[in-house]
Design a protein around this ligand. Sequence first.
Ligand code: IVH
Length: 777
Amino acid sequence: MAQIPVDQLSEAQAVEELTRLADEISAHDIRYHAEDAPTISDAEYDDLKRRNGEIEARFPHLVRENSPSMRVGAARSEKFRAIQHGVPMLSLDNAFADDEAVEFDARIRRFLRLPADETVGYTAEPKIDGLSCSIRYEKGVLIQAATRGDGKVGEDVTANVRTIAEIPHRLLGAGWPDVIEVRGEIYLGHEEFAALNAAAAEAGQKTYANPRNAAAGSLRQIDAAVTASRPLRFFAYAWGYHSEPFAETQWEALGKLRAWGFPTTPESVRVENAQGLLAAYAGMERVRPRLGYDIDGVVYKVDRLDWQQRLGFVSRAPRWGIARKFPAQQARTILEAIDIQVGRTGAITPVARLHPVTVGGVVVVNATLHNADEIARKDVRVGDTVILQRAGDVIPQIVAVVPEERPEGAQPFEFPTHCPCPLRTELVRETTAAGAETVVRRCSGEFACPFQRLAHLRHFVSRRAFDIEGLGEKQLTIFSERGWLNSPADIFRLKTKREEMLDLDRFGETSVGNLLASIEDRRRIDLDRFIYGLGIRHVGETTSLALARHFETVERFVEISKLAAEQTAGPVYAELSDLDGLGPTAVAAVLDFARAGQGVLVPPDISLDGHLRLAIPKLNARARAALDARYGDWPTFEAAARQAAAETPGEALLEVASVDAVGVVAARMIAEFFGEDHNRALVDDLLGELTIIPAERPKTDTAVAGKTIVFTGALERMTRDEAKAQAERLGAKVSGSVSKKTDIVVAGPGAGSKLKTATELGVQVMTEDEWLAMVGD
Ligand code: IVH
């Protein structure tokens, strides 16, 4: 329905429109705050609120008592006890453009009647996209925590908040007011969000639309143990009731919060004037993709607290602060078609073709739909209006459909049963080692399937593999269609097609010359890149490097892999050795026991756990629990153990599997790959064209050799990849998580929970500069 512009509304229409907006906004409030499941984007919500505000500004006498402009958030859920905030938790007005930020500064100056030569001084802080929380400390001890709720009364989430590692139970240092409500944002990082959703999808549970909903859903759990299992994080940026003043400026207050043990946003800056506000916004836009968590704008606050006091509040928002929002990262559009894409390993991915729409400043026409189960779960149909989301550099995703907008007769999507390639192979659901079906469907055509071949070639030339410049999707497609590229080795024979290439449209002397030169450049290649380039499933960069370092030469790698191909482990062995909770020692103990073939005399009715305790004393409690969960009773376990022992692969496969970072699953994939005639031919063909540079054994005589390093926070003098490669060259192991086994944590700006864990465990922590000085860079 076309909207009547606000300045053309009659009074009667305005009444009607205000009623409609109040209902609509309130319905969205409930979906957002109480159900953690919004159906419109933030930008669309902001539009509704803006229109409501504009109409009210034109017809002030029509402002309703329950107007959305008077409310913050939504009604509380009945699940939690109510907590009255000592000081209300209000909201901020939004600004969407530079001139609104400039006007904000001008407004403040007018209000404070500042002379032209005096600047205001502001903090500019990232606007964390999570949910706000107020945590009350009395005599430095956490006594209660509440969500924002309706702004006056929130929900009691004390038990849940106590499980968040980044929130202190007791304030550090001294000088805190006797009573203080510390306020800030609870949020979830991108990686943690992805892992949480992957686990939920695996378990067939509902997934969350975005990290903010996931954080809200994780916090608002009746069972705090569930909250504890979610890696929620926290940034402090404000306070409510406080029994004594403790700072003169916002900037000083942030420092105090930090000293008391709260994380504060490292990207926050203090600026002088309007120009500084704009620069801070631009800066924040730049760092945004690297933060690892969602921010949706910048919050500007007048720095001096006495000035904040004077400026005060207008209805629900302070005059001293404003939120400068980034352009929307979500938008609605129409799903025009669903296409099927075939990946390198034959995995089938449905891709949404969309009516073009701008999301976060980029025009989006495609989005991923992940897999058939995902389409069915969200019931996505061609013709639907969908909510699209783009976060950082990742492929846009369809978050949900808008059921009210579904056109009549839209049919559920029928997932194809056959590959769209000319072979029309039947698509099969992938199974795990243990024979369980997964959500992935694959084309079994391998190299014979032109789609897979193309995807394979794309991987082969990609940056982290052979990194061949000038050989992109377009060129690969053209050359493949002409029959010049049937396998990776053909790339190195392209020089024989020089003349034909020059005949093609848009291939000139220079570009063809450059392309052939960059191909020649890669005839000599490091062993790890060669292995990675083969595109074996589960063999990523880390695994490839570990394999290269272990085998050192391509000859040994190929020889052992071919031997391993004849020794494929059986499914029962594979499942046993893959059980979560069962380490290599435990697996060996079980197999030793099965081979020895001796029973033990045990009383009847004893549990599997008890039986294991007597029969295989080497197993620890975790291993016993894992076996108990999988096999349940002794006869089932014993039969599986004997079968696994019989299926144990030969030494070559065990050698591959025992390489650090490889493991049974990848080893099985390598063996399967080399088990196929066409893959062996492909490798031999390639080796005829290439010179493979043997891998260097990592150094053992450096200061960090053999140590486990964790990099966390932002690095300023090198990229993550560079830091990792350098550490590994020096013989160190780089890990993603901090544990007792970690030797050094290198922490940059923005370091959070990992740094905290390191401090708690007494692990050595250093800055990037100290690290570089130590490794002699
Ligand atoms: S200060 C009077 N600082 O944005 C309100 N809020 O729309 C003072 N938020 O409810 C809030 N980052 O949930 C403030 N650095 C920051 C923030 C921030 C995120 C959220 C918070 C607040 C909402 C305001």
